[in-house]
Design a protein around this ligand. Structure first.
Ligand code: NDP
Ligand code: HEM
Length: 496
């Protein structure tokens, strides 16, 4: 027996708007069935269910996000004419999504992994995305190696398990990886929740000012909550209770009004300095030492609003390094240049051609372009008039504005596949981190974490990797070996 309609509530309809009389009983020939083919409402419900999933991100599939507000606290207009930085006190709405890299959408939050730190600033001159990580460097410096690296982090094709052998096989042959591996295996590789970690743009980008002067720039977002981490053991215990610890923490804090904050800083390098630094300033496996290029404060953001619908606003969020605005540009970093292609391509596959028009991705300033038609085009003419569907036109359609042009960049060099592993000191920076930055206790935990990550890997592969740790610092290699010996001893004792 159906309940009478409760007129205080919205009337349920089909997707075409026709009111539905019953959402409890299928249409059948008699009470015992069978079904009638004409029960379109049932067919539609089942068909929709079959289409509820979209491809997860090929990397960074598990994520947690929220909306926030960015405020300028220091004048950097001598470096950039980006409208977001136009005056102290100016605010811009934004979205942040944090993520792990390797795990699938259902993976546990408290796994040791690099964390993604993706920001979308809805500026009044278009969306600016900083798609960074919680680490200032990366595992590889040539994008040709990125898919290989990711394969080592994902499941083995036969065992369908992650493979320690694959990871150390790759890292042991790519010594430039070990800077990032050191950070990943340090305390910072397992933050307690996303509010307790820094973000870094990682790549070198560029700024240009109203006079057309160019500067190279690195972005830093420093947590105002402090750094807090878990050990592997503590994380295992948490995962035993919940796989969703980051979602619970981030969502819960914002719901309670405890809005997490990050301060934004930049390191700025005058354009011509790039020819003088002892390291390649466009090499993503290297930082710019703070002593050479100190942090300059820019602003602060607070995350103050949870998404109303996780799928619509966080899963469908499309961050891309190709989203840049006047006053901010790329650099010769080849990893960055590959990412300019890769993300928008991933979004077209994962979300569809017109993903930029989804509400979470849509710019909050006027958008006018001549892209046309295509699947799911729900926005009509973006040119203002039906007659202006090509350019140039005589019907008042949108036109370019040369005042937005980036100053030209001088480049030179022989086209070729230049070996990226020759004559580069890949050991000095991880050495500074190991020998100078980390305390004795932090180093001890680093050795134990590496020993744990090596468990089960092929011994010959590990020996090749350990040689590189010796080259970073003899104490580093020795520390890992000692931690491995201690771990095997514990296994022997546990087995007795
Ligand atoms: P500094 O002493 O000026 O900076 C050291 C940096 O190390 C600080 O930014 C600190 O971040 C960060 N740090 C502390 N603990 C860890 C950790 N467990 N994992 C990663 N970073 C950590 O020295 P330099 O600028 O000369 O850099 C020395 C080394 O520090 C580099 O080779 C690099 O490995 C590392 N580093 C450098 C950064 C840079 O941009 N220059 C950024 C991050 C790391 P915080 O201040 O937020 O606590
Ligand atoms: C996500 C490719 C390097 C940070 C992704 C995605 C792809 C990708 C295809 C999924 C995008 C989506 O479906 O929405 C690449 C390639 C790289 C590279 C080809 C190197 C050539 C990096 C680096 C960083 C980074 C160096 C950080 C500095 C991220 C983050 C996400 C992501 C944070 C998740 C964004 C989100 O929250 O939606 N990457 N990536 N990636 N990548 Fe990369």
């Amino acid at each position: 027996m159906s309940q009478p309609y409760d007129s205080t509530r919205p009337r349920m309809t089909t997707t075409a708007g026709a009111p539905i009389a019953s959402n409890q009983n299928s249409e059948t020939a008699g009470p015992r069935g069978p079904l009638l083919m004409q029960d379109y409402q049932l067919l539609e419900k089942l068909a929709h269910q079959n289409r509820e999933r979209i491809p997860e991100r090929v990397v960074h599939a598990k994520g947690w996000g929220a909306f926030g507000t960015f405020t300028v606290t220091n004048d950097i207009t001598q470096y950039s004419c980006a409208s977001i930085f136009a005056q102290v006190g100016k605010t811009t709405e934004m979205l942040a999504r944090f993520s792990t890299v390797a795990g699938e959408q259902g993976a546990a939050d408290h796994e040791r992994d690099v964390r993604g730190f993706a920001l979308k600033f809805y500026t009044d001159e278009g969306n600016w995305d900083v798609v960074g990580n919680n680490t200032p460097v990366f595992f590889v410096r040539d994008p040709l190696k990125f898919p290989d690296f990711i394969h080592t982090q994902k499941r083995h094709p036969r065992t369908n398990l992650r493979s320690a052998t694959a990871m150390w096989d790759f890292w042991g042959q790519q010594p430039e990886s070990l800077h990032q591996v050191t950070i990943l295996m340090s305390d910072r590789g397992l933050p307690q929740d996303p509010t307790f970690m820094n973000g870094y743009g990682s790549h070198t980008y560029s700024f240009w000012n109203k006079d057309g002067e160019r500067f190279w720039v690195k972005f830093h977002f420093k947590t105002q909550q402090g750094h807090r981490f878990y050990t592997n053991g503590e994380a295992a215990e948490i995962i035993g209770h919940t796989r969703e610890g980051y979602q619970e923490a981030l969502f819960g804090k914002i719901e309670r009004g405890e809005h997490p904050r990050w301060k934004m800083f930049v390191q700025v390098m005058p354009e011509l300095d790039a020819e003088k630094t002892p390291y390649d300033p466009f090499d993503l496996t290297k930082v710019w030492p703070h002593g050479d290029y100190p942090l300059i404060e820019v602003g602060e953001f607070a995350l103050n609003r949870n998404a109303d619908n996780y799928f619509a606003q966080i899963e469908q969020a499309a961050f891309s390094p190709s989203n840049k605005v006047r006053g901010i540009g790329y650099s010769p970093d080849k990893m960055l240049q590959a990412r300019v292609f890769s993300y928008a391509d991933a979004h077209r596959y994962r979300l569809g051609t017109h993903y930029e028009h989804l509400p979470v991705n849509a710019a909050k300033c006027p958008v006018h372009h001549y892209h046309k038609d295509g699947q799911m085009n729900f926005f009509g003419h973006q040119t203002g008039t039906a007659d202006a569907y090509y350019e140039p036109n005589s019907f008042g359609g949108p036109v370019e504005d040369p005042s937005f042009a980036e100053p030209p960049l001088k480049i030179s060099g022989l086209a070729g596949r230049h070996p990226h592993q020759q004559q580069i000191d890949d050991y000095a920076q991880p050495r500074a981190l190991h020998d100078i930055v980390l305390t004795a206790e932090e180093r001890a935990r680093l050795y134990r974490n590496i020993a744990a990550a090596m468990e089960g890997a092929d011994e010959a592969v590990l020996e090749r990797a350990l040689v590189h740790f010796d080259r970073i610092s003899p104490a580093y290699g020795a520390g890992i070996r000692a931690a491995r010996a201690e771990m095997s001893q514990r296994h022997v004792e546990a087995a007795e």
